[in-house]
Structures are given as structure tokens and as C-alpha cells.
Design a protein around this ligand. Structure first.
Ligand code: NAP
Length: 454
């Protein structure tokens, strides 16, 4: 049994019957069988369905945003943008998949030799609750356009979103077994990965979940793409526009109530501008209006689940016990629901959860460093490597730091890290491997086939 609980009230929204092992088997066999037909269809045929679904998403954006608000507490404005972004990624791959996957001819002694990109079969997606539509669509749009079929195991706290996505595909006219949702818990994932018809896995989620799925996939010799946790460093140099940097840092830290893999998490500030930046940043963080995600004035909803809120608070408490100091927030509010206030910790040191671990909520760790060289060292002093940003008015130096010095998959100068269908997205170190989006993303689940004609 899967259930959605409204995190703003703690009330059960709805319960759903899980799929039995037999039911799962039936669905996977159906998507596998249908793949043999789907792979023979043209890009233009697939693009018609993909564009239907993008129109449907745009028409339904408010209703779908309400569903997210209900199941995981996302504020309506952010939910609407998320659905618009899903429509964008569908259009993007409907328009570009064919050119991205064109044959690449290579001169050899043969009459003709080339690389051809062929689909693999049914791909399993294991997805998180924090962007319940975007995470799924950024996987599905390239995967299905490339001629694969797919099954989704969504996070257990957003079954309503999982079902809504399957319904959207049906309504957009996609043949039934191109894409199916599996209503299962994480304990059923191993059997799905081991199913012979599952050809590869894409997991977006925590690093422990990634390790577990990668171990099983590795044992089966099935490819996986892993988009995992992050503790993105934002470096503030002495020549940064501090007021603007504070605004951007706040947006990144509080987006989705801080529950984003690419949220700014550690703020590394050089000594010379430390106090001034902290003043601007505290002011900005204090502007957040947290409360009912359905109200238009709310800028930050509750966290997605009470257990996650309590875990975050424990990380704050443990860091404070070890010497971190609270500048803002840091207390569980006296109200119903999984709320947590915008929080700033300073004096954050190695060994503390606020330095070493991912803080998946609106808590900012501020780290004071003496200069640029130390800032980069601290930025890279993490097991994660998803995103990073640097703020400076010297664009040439900023670009050099972003390109050559920061150890992360996505490095931005004077802006916050965000995903974009046109740019590859992914991490290094324990943030995972493989890339989503852009040309790289669509090639992950393909047979890169060499064809030689003598
Ligand atoms: P999670 O607990 O790891 O869950 C993610 C998905 O994996 C869910 O569907 C979950 O199912 C499943 N799962 C969990 N443990 C599993 C296991 N041992 N075997 C198989 N499946 C398993 O993560 P979350 O709390 O939903 O999401 C937050 C995490 O995701 C954060 O660490 C965040 O940084 C990361 N994230 C990364 C990206 C990225 O692009 N890099 C994007 C978004 C989020 P159940 O719900 O049934 O447990």
C-alpha cells in the first residue's frame, strides 16, 4: 500500500494499492513486447505524441501544480514553472532527437563505416519526490524519442504524481505500453532490475540509494545513470557584487524549500567581504514567507515529509553541538506540518554534518576562508561533485575557476546552478555518473553500434 500525506497538515490524502510481483512482471513483459514495434517507428511519428504531451502539460499546469503541493508541499508558483519546464523538454527532444542520433560516418579502408545509435529496450527509472514531474520527464523525453520504452518506480510519497504521469501519456495518445508506472516500494526494485527485459536503469535520488541500485545493476551487467546527492559550494570572492550574490544564493538555497540536489548548500566567503555578505544574505533569507503552499503569498512550503524535516533538524543540532552558531532560524516552528524555517549556520567546520553532509532543506552553511585559494580548496573538500558556483566581477578569472578548478559536473559564474534541456546535467564523485539532457543525455541508453560495409 502506498499513501500520500499532505506535509502541510499531516493528513492522509489518498492510499493506493501497490502492484504485486505478478502485476509488475506483466507490465514489464508488455513494455518489452511493445518495444519491438516502437523501435521501428520514425522520429516524426514519436514527435507527434511528444508534442501532444507538451500541449497537455501546458493546459494542465495549474492542476498538476496543485497535486504536487498536496503530495509534497511545493508552492504553486514553483509547481507551475516545473510543469512548463517539462513541456519544454518534450518539445526540445521532439525537435532535436533525430539530429542528435544521426549516423556518424568515419573514413576507413571499408566501402562505408559509421556509428549508428540504436535503442536498447525497456529502461527502468527510479525517481525522487522533490521534482515529481521534472525528474521523470527529463528522463522520459529523450528515452522514448530514442525508441526505448520505459517503466517508472516513483518515490513512495508521490503515488498520485506517478499515476498522473501515466494518465498524461495515455491522454496524449501514446500507445499504452510505451511507458508504464509501477506502484512499488524500494524493496521491489531489485527484482525489476534483474528482470531480463530491463536493459538499463536511471536513478535520481540519494547516494545510498544510488550505491544499492548500482551494485545490483553492476551484478547484472546493466548500464546505469546515477543522479545523486550534492553539497554544492558557492564561492564568494572579494570583488563580487555582494548584494546581488546574496539574492542569487538565497534563491538557490530556498528553492523547493531547499530540497534540490543542486541547491547552494555551502557558502564559502573570503574574509575581506565576510561580514558584508552575511548581512545581505541574512536579510534576503529572512524575507521568505513560509507556510501553506496553496497561498499565493507563500514563497516556501513545508518539507516533503516530517521524518525528513526531523533528520534535517538533527543535522543542525549536531552541528551546533560541535561549535556551529545559528545566525537565523534553527528551531522547529510550533505548528502542524513538516515546516522548517530558513536557517543560517556560521563557524561551520570539517567534521560537522553541516560541512560534510548534504543538507536537504533550507539550511545554509557559511564558511569563512582567508583567500581565493583556500576558498577553492574548501569548495572541493567534499565527497560530492554535482554543482558549484563562483561570484566575482572578474569574468575571466571566474570562468577559469569554473572550468579548471572546481570539481563538479556543472559550474556556474555569477548565477545559480540550474538544469536546462540544452545543456548536459550530472555529477562526479558520489554525486553519480552519466549525464542527462542535451545530446549526451539521449545517447546514454543507446547501443553505440559500429557498422562496417566492405
Ligand atoms: P531516495 O530516498 O534515495 O529515493 C529516491 C528513489 O529511490 C525513490 O523512488 C526511492 O523509493 C528509491 N530508493 C530508495 N532507496 C532505494 C534502494 N535501496 N533501492 C532501490 N530504490 C531505492 O531520495 P529522495 O529522498 O527521494 O530524494 C532526495 C535525494 O535525491 C537527495 O539526496 C537529492 O540530492 C537527490 N537528487 C538528486 C538529483 C540529481 O539530479 N542529481 C535530483 C533530485 C534529487 P522509495 O520512495 O520507495 O523509498
Amino acid at each position: 500500500m502506498l499513501k500520500s500525506v499532505n506535509p502541510a497538515t499531516g493528513k492522509i490524502v489518498e492510499t493506493y494499492e501497490s502492484h504485486s510481483d505478478k502485476g509488475v512482471e506483466k507490465i514489464i513483459n508488455a513494455t518489452d513486447k511493445f518495444w519491438h514495434q516502437w523501435r521501428t517507428t520514425s522520429f516524426s511519428h514519436r514527435a507527434i505524441f511528444m508534442q501532444n504531451i507538451s500541449s497537455l502539460l501546458r493546459t494542465r499546469k495549474e492542476e498538476l501544480a496543485r497535486l504536487m503541493a498536496l503530495e509534497m508541499g511545493k508552492v504553486l508558483k514553483e509547481g507551475i514553472s516545473e510543469i512548463e519546464k517539462c513541456a519544454w523538454v518534450c518539445d526540445y527532444y521532439a525537435q532535436n532527437a533525430e539530429s542528435f542520433l544521426e549516423n556518424e560516418f568515419i573514413e576507413t579502408e571499408a566501402f562505408r563505416s559509421f556509428v549508428s545509435y540504436q535503442p536498447l529496450g525497456t529502461i527502468l527509472a527510479v525517481m525522487p519526490w522533490n521534482f515529481p514531474f521534472w525528474q521523470v520527464f527529463r528522463f522520459l523525453a529523450p528515452t522514448l524519442m530514442a525508441g526505448n520504452t520505459a517503466v517508472l518506480k516513483h518515490a513512495s510519497n508521490v503515488p498520485g504524481c506517478a499515476i498522473a504521469i501515466e494518465d498524461l501519456f495515455r491522454e496524449a495518445g501514446f500507445p499504452e505500453n510505451v511507458f508504464r508506472t509501477l506502484l512499488i516500494g524500494s524493496n521491489q526494485v531489485e527484482n525489476v532490475i534483474r528482470h531480463p527485459a530491463i536493459k538499463a536503469v536511471s536513478l535520481t535520488g540519494s547516494t545510498p540509494a544510488g550505491k544499492s541500485v548500482a551494485a545490483i545493476a553492476g551484478n547484472e551487467l546493466k548500464k546505469c545513470v546515477l543522479e545523486l546527492g550534492g553539497s554544492d559550494p558557492y564561492v564568494i570572492l572579494k570583488d563580487a557584487d555582494l548584494e546581488n550574490a546574496a539574492k542569487i544564493c538565497t534563491t538557490s538555497r530556498l528553492l523547493n524549500a531547499g530540497q534540490s540536489c543542486i541547491a547552494a548548500k555551502r557558502f564559502i566567503v573570503v574574509d575581506e567581504v565576510y561580514s558584508e555578505f552575511l548581512e545581505y544574505f541574512t536579510h534576503e533569507m529572512n524575507q521568505a514567507v513560509f507556510g501553506d503552499p496553496f497561498l499565493p503569498e507563500t514563497t516556501m512550503g513545508p518539507l516533503a515529509r516530517k521524518d525528513l524535516r526531523n533528520e534535517l533538524h538533527q543535522q543542525v543540532v549536531n552541528s551546533v553541538k560541535m561549535g556551529a552558531e545559528i545566525v537565523l532560524g534553527g528551531e522547529i516552528p510550533n505548528r502542524k506540518g513538516a515546516f522548517y524555517p530558513p536557517t543560517i549556520l556560521e563557524n561551520v567546520q570539517p567534521g560537522m554534518p553541516a560541512y560534510d553532509e548534504e543538507l536537504f532543506g533550507p539550511v545554509a552553511s557559511i564558511i569563512r576562508v582567508k583567500d581565493e585559494a583556500e576558498a577553492i580548496k574548501v569548495a572541493n573538500d567534499t565527497e560530492f561533485g554535482l554543482g558549484a558556483a563562483v561570484f566575482t566581477s572578474d569574468l575571466k578569472n571566474g570562468e577559469h575557476i569554473a572550468e579548471k578548478l572546481l570539481d563538479a559536473g556543472c559550474c556556474f559564474v555569477n548565477d545559480f546552478v540550474k538544469s536546462d534541456p540544452r545543456l548536459p546535467f550530472g555529477g562526479i564523485k558520489t554525486s553519480g555518473f552519466g549525464r542527462e539532457l542535451s545530446t549526451q543525455g539521449i545517447k546514454e541508453f543507446m547501443n553505440v553500434k559500429t557498422v562496417v560495409v566492405k
